[in-house]
Ligand binder design. Structure first.
Ligand SMILES: Nc1nc2c(ncn2[C@@H]2O[C@H](COP(=O)(O)OP(=O)(O)OP(=O)(O)O)[C@@H](O)[C@H]2O)c(=O)[nH]1
Ligand SMILES: [Mg+2]
Length: 448
């Protein structure tokens, strides 16, 4: 085995290992969210928090004018001829190209089942009939972590699309991680429709868009290529929404060993962009996982604190209510006693409660008896009425104060604490492990 071949096979093995580590990380993160019993989505839902499970792959949309080489790029990337290519208008709808265990083609409805987050596409009339998925078993490059969306070639003029192509492209662009815009030197590189859509997408997602001069080997000599590039950049700069300094437009073409050319090919840059986005997505997914765990933990803490506060509030509300009720009941009893002490002859009292107790009561109530006797007979009735009204008010107020706040049942509280402990002790530990695996693999990548 020659040194070069050996080197390439070592690089391929390392690449395959990286893909499988990254694939595993995204898959495990996805499972941590979607587990039916302990998934973060279910836990979040029970706390009124809507969480979205992370995607297991990144989505790359390819757009550009007709015959710019979009489908050919996908076929080259996955090293399988899944998409039709040719000089005619080949791609008329939207094709999702993704990796799977079995080569299969899915129709529009099956595609929407496979990608539920793209379901709103069916609101654009006619799109579903022009939607399909190609599942390929290819394991080339980073394909197991990428879903490509091949889009219809864009042309100006009388061409009629069976659906609102601009709307569909803008809508899909919203959900993609990367948008590759292919400009080819021969065709309608400056197709207005392409520029319009790019301009609109650039308003909302400038960080996702990458421009490429595709089929660069067909541009002729270096000077011709430079001229075409200048023309495209000038046209792009004319658009206010695209007028930014330092346009980057790598020149790319599908390598063809039968047609050697001296033209520089930066197609590896495209692959690197995909790899960079995968790395970024993994880091974002792990960071989001940490944030979601934190949010769940905070929500549980808040729920428990609110419950403790409600319990303490309820305790004091009950105490106040009980105090007022007792006072409300005590007032008429005290009044009755007063009436009895002041109006009943001493003999009757002695017979009723015994001599000793009658004496104690008389001593105890001496001040109020003295006060009672200063009030003339007419006003005694008024005092009687006031005391009875006060007693009634105290009883009503006590009922009002007795109103309590809802509290959690002991079992529900226990379940909440269990959920928080699961998130903190299990999910966060898993996240830590996945981060270490990711960093370990990415450091060894750089070592190579
Ligand atoms: N020389 C050269 N030809 C290419 C390259 N890429 C694609 N082609 C050819 O260009 C033609 C159009 O390529 P497609 O991949 O079908 O282009 P497309 O952008 O998918 O076209 P539509 O689906 O019609 O929008 C085909 O005949 C390809 O063989 C390239 O890099 N260099
Ligand atoms: Mg095509």
């Amino acid at each position: 085995m020659s040194g070069k071949v050996k080197q390439r096979s070592t690089a391929n093995t390392a690449e395959a290992a990286t893909v499988s580590v990254n694939e595993k990380i995204l898959k495990e993160c996805h499972n941590l969210y979607t587990d039916p019993d302990n998934g973060l989505v279910a836990i979040g839902e029970s706390l009124g928090l809507k969480l979205l499970p992370p995607r297991k792959k990144i989505t790359v949309m390819l757009m550009g004018n007709h015959s710019a080489g979009k489908s050919s790029f996908i076929n080259w990337y996955i090293e399988e001829h899944v998409q039709r290519t040719g000089v005619a208008i080949e791609t008329q709808g939207f094709s999702f190209i993704t990796s799977g265990r079995k080569r299969e083609s899915l129709t529009g409805n099956a595609t929407l089942h496979l990608y539920p987050h793209f379901k709103a596409l069916q609101e654009i009339d006619g799109v579903v009939d022009y939607l399909n998925t190609e599942i390929s078993t290819s394991k080339q490059k980073k394909f197991s972590l990428v879903t490509f969306i091949d889009t219809p070639g864009l042309v100006d003029g009388d061409m009629k699309y069976p659906f609102d192509v601009n709307q569909a492209m803008l809508w899909l662009g919203d959900l993609c991680d990367l948008i590759f815009v292919f400009f080819d030197p021969i065709g309608q590189a400056l197709c207005k429709r392409t520029l319009n859509i790019v301009e609109q997408l650039n308003e909302t997602h400038p960080d996702r868009i990458r421009f490429y001069l595709s089929k660069a080997d067909e541009a002729g000599h270096e000077s011709d290529r430079q001229r075409v590039m200048m023309q495209i950049v000038q046209e792009l700069c004319k658009r206010p929404g695209l007028n930014k300094t330092g346009f980057e437009m790598p020149t790319v073409y599908i390598p063809n060993t039968n047609k050697p050319t001296r033209c520089v090919n930066q197609i590896e840059e495209v692959c690197k962009d995909i790899e960079k986005t995968i790395s970024q997505t993994i880091q974002n997914t792990l960071n989001q996982l940490e944030r979601d765990c934190e949010q769940i933990s905070t929500l549980v803490d808040e729920a428990i604190e609110a419950d403790n506060n409600a319990r303490s509030y309820n305790f004091w509300a009950k105490m106040k209510g009980m105090g007022l009720s007792l006072f409300g009941l005590f007032l008429p009893v005290a009044l009755l006693m007063q009436l009895l002490v002041s109006s009943a002859p001493r003999d009757v009292m002695n017979n009723l409660v015994g001599e000793n107790l009658a004496e104690t009561i008389a001593t105890f109530m001496a001040p109020s008896t003295a006060f009672w006797e200063t009030i003339d007979d007419e006003n005694q009735l008024v005092v009687l009425a006031v005391v009875l009204v006060m007693s009634g008010l105290c009883l009503i107020l006590s009922r009002f104060l007795n109103q309590t706040k809802p509290t959690l049942q002991r079992r529900s509280k226990k379940v909440l604490v269990e959920k928080r402990n699961y998130v903190n002790d299990h999910v966060r530990v898993q996240k830590q492990r996945l981060y270490s695996e990711y960093l370990q693999q990415s450091v060894s990548d750089h070592d190579l």
